[in-house]
Write a new protein. Structure first.
Lengths: 207, 207
DNA sequence: CATAATAAGTTGCATTTGCAACAGAAAAGA
DNA sequence: TCTTTTCTGTTGCAAATGCAACTTATTATG
């Protein structure tokens, strides 16, 4: 994605009134999915995670967001009884608006409709690709396969076989939906079997 | 989704030339994801599955499509080395077009741009909701949780606690990414623990 | 800088899951 | 209808995974 939204998104308070930008500090909750509000968010700057906690206390990192990623309640059916919340992993700048409004061009030709609404289709397509990648990972049968698939994705994104994980190992386990200690054990086995080299959070693929 | 696309989609060969409708018989391959062709499909009628076979011979039902569901290569990054293919589970009618073209309104005011292009945002939003539901299922840690989550979803969709599974049990296992015999065992345990009643492929929730 | 908090790394043990191999039931096809 | 194929249901055993508990690094924070 080559678009830098932040360069042309500054303040929409003069045009579409329901569009607003907010800032969050690391650790703060950006939004939680409770009611059906058709809320639509764009992460302009920073890193954030969509988290789910189940009754057993297990945390799942449902999605991991960075620049230009979109999220919000509008993407979720009522369904789930588990709490979903988006938490800032670093300082974040987030654009909020209501999805319903987006397609109706406002009378005044505002910046919002000129810029953001134009690129929405591309942002949405990217989101679908992310979700499909996520499904591919989660549908792998073993921890080993999940790890190797994930490493392959990172490797092909960064165009190198050696990279620092964008997650802590604790978070990676929650992202792959596996027990952390079991994952650590499997990482060691992958090292022993010469599939990977591992120095702290740097992984090098040996194949 | 209340829209019945089939009622106004018949033949686009007179307008946008690259838009076409095709028919498939049960068991036929509708498309396979190999090259990056920006192919975009709408399932007008029938049931179809997106399947992945890994090198161990495991089959995964990545997505399960019915009326108005969308799919195609445009939603996938190059990435995966596994073969992905969409197979008709019943006789199907499918609309094919290239996603790039969709936003450029053609000069002649064709039926395609009048109808399909208009409802695309809604179809896409539905797809994202489906994918999120899928991720929620797959990220459940145990077979029991996967089964119960799945049953809850079906139950709330059909507005009844008693329903016939839209999958064979074999397919359900491939959809939840678990071993079939292990799933059968867990189903029996759920029965023994009085969580469900099970008569063949009819499930009744007892809670 | 000292201290607290979080993350990495490890291990034994219990539980869950996958695998393989069946038999019987149901569905599809000739 | 008969035959073949697919699906359901079951089980023993091996392997993978989760859980709990702990130690050692590393990173925040006053």
């Amino acid at each position: 994605m080559d678009i830098d939204i932040s360069s042309f998104i500054t303040d929409f308070s003069n045009c579409c009134s329901k569009v607003q930008t907010k800032f969050f500090k690391k650790g703060e909750v950006i939004t939680s999915y409770i009611n059906k509000r058709n809320q639509f968010c764009i992460l302009i700057k920073g890193k954030a995670d969509l988290l789910r906690y189940d009754f057993n206390g297990n945390r799942t990192i449902v999605e991991h967001f960075s620049n230009n990623d979109i999220f919000g309640e509008v993407f979720y059916i009522i369904s789930t009884n588990n709490e979903l919340l988006v938490e800032a992993k670093s300082n974040c700048e987030v654009l909020f608006f209501i999805y319903n409004d987006i397609h109706k061009k406002c009378k005044i030709n505002c910046k919002f409709h000129e810029s953001v609404a134009e690129i929405l289709p591309e942002l949405i397509l990217n989101k679908i690709m992310d979700l499909n990648m996520r499904i591919e990972l989660l549908s792998k049968r073993t921890t080993r396969e999940k790890l190797l698939s994930y490493f392959n994705i990172i490797s092909s994104q960064k165009l190198t076989k050696s990279f620092i994980l964008p997650f802590s190992l604790t978070d990676l386990a929650d992202f792959l939906s596996v027990d952390r200690s079991a994952m650590m054990r499997e990482l060691k086995l992958l090292k022993d079997d010469n599939f990977i080299k591992k120095e702290g959070n740097r992984i090098t693929l040996l194949y």
